[in-house]
Design a protein around this ligand. Structure first.
Ligand SMILES: Cc1cc2nc3c(=O)[nH]c(=O)nc-3n(C[C@H](O)[C@H](O)[C@H](O)COP(=O)(O)OP(=O)(O)OC[C@H]3O[C@@H](n4cnc5c(N)ncnc54)[C@H](O)[C@@H]3O)c2cc1C
Length: 310
């Protein structure tokens, strides 16, 4: 067995990639198949994911669109009560931020609405593969309408006033923590999550060094009686897990794995939600293993976005 320390990484580099590259990089965490990423693996991966209905992968990239349209067109859009979007007026535009999944599902539900067609049609022009099976070419409303749509680049989003920045700027963080911590993190409903799957990952494989990895418990110091007891429990569990894998599947064998098991999770949400998470997960009342990663993460986020994390 392997014991590692918990860690986290703000996924800045992914923010600079194309949508499809971002989706693949995040999606592969479930299978721990990052070694399969090549220069042209992203598109087929994402297409397959969309076909299979592994929908949360399609939440891992958001786009901010700037729209100019009439009051009637906007009112009729709002009447749809679009879900999972952030919508604000700014200067002479309406800002609409949503994930690829949110745009796909809005189009399926209300593709006949003029603004919906304009938004999804605009995204389809640049990224047809992300809307395959969903976009049917539109009803020609775009050509006739006066709606103007443009994409804001990240630099523009980063330059928005604090209140809008908090709503429209999304940031992804990859955590390497134990499963007790991820069980708590996933309670934050406005976030999107992707997590290493114990159903798909078989820890007896070479790529996992044929062993189970555990997170060093922050409660017990190495060398103490408690730590020795904990270590023995993990060793025994690993042995039983590996034995079960000889005759059963990972999804069956994983039923013996404990909270201390190492897992990886990507948490993706806007800065407003990160602020809310930090307000709950860095205080004395929060679980100590959670504070162990959230306190330094909150400090890093504050450095990046001082106007939001005051
Ligand atoms: C110290 C601590 C102890 C806890 N103990 C327990 C426990 O013993 N058992 C347990 O089950 N959970 C426990 N929790 C989890 C806690 O109850 C929340 O589920 C979790 O912290 C998510 O936070 P949230 O609900 O404030 O906001 P999020 O889910 O992060 O949502 C963000 C915001 O969106 C809004 N929102 C989202 N969904 C809804 C909704 N359906 N209705 C209305 N508003 C919504 C709210 O304004 C909310 O503040 C604990 C959390 C903490 C921090």
């Amino acid at each position: 067995m392997l014991i590692v320390d918990p860690s986290y990484e703000i996924q800045d580099a992914l923010d600079q990639t194309s949508l499809v590259v971002r989706l693949e990089a995040c999606g592969r965490i479930c299978y721990k198949s990052e070694e399969k990423i090549t220069l042209d693996s992203a598109m087929p991966f994402v297409k397959k994911i969309a076909e299979h209905g592994h929908n949360s992968v399609m939440e891992m990239a958001v786009v901010t669109l700037g729209v100019q349209c009439s009051a009637e067109q906007f009112d009729s859009f709002l009447a749809l009560e679009p879900k999972y979007f952030f919508i604000d007026r700014f200067e002479d535009e309406i800002l609409i931020t949503g994930s690829i999944r949110a745009f796909r599902e809005l189009y399926v539900r209300a593709g006949e609405q003029e603004l919906v067609e304009a938004l999804v049609g605009f995204l389809t022009d640049g990224h047809p593969y992300l809307f395959e099976g969903v976009w049917a070419g539109g009803r020609g409303l775009r050509e006739k309408s006066s709606i103007q749509v443009r994409k804001l680049d990240l630099q523009e989003v980063d330059g928005l006033p604090a209140a809008l920045l908090a709503q429209h700027r999304f940031s992804g963080v990859k955590f390497v923590v134990n499963r007790a911590v991820t069980h708590e993190i996933v309670r934050h409903r406005p976030c999107s999550f992707l997590q290493e799957s114990q159903r798909y990952c078989r820890y007896s494989q070479d790529k996992f060094d044929n062993q189970v990895t555990f997170i060093r418990p922050m409660f017990y110091e190495e060398g103490t009686e408690e730590f020795t007891l904990w270590q023995k429990a993990m060793e025994d569990t690993e042995q039983i897990y590996l034995q079960l894998l000889e005759s059963s599947t990972p999804q069956a064998a994983r039923t013996v794995l404990p909270n201390s098991c190492k897992t990886e999770i990507i948490v993706y949400c806007n800065l407003a939600e990160w602020k809310h998470i930090f307000s709950l997960r860095t205080t004395q009342a929060a679980e100590p293993s959670m504070r162990e990663v959230m306190i330094p993460l909150a400090a890093e986020m504050k450095e990046r976005y001082p106007a939001v994390f005051v």
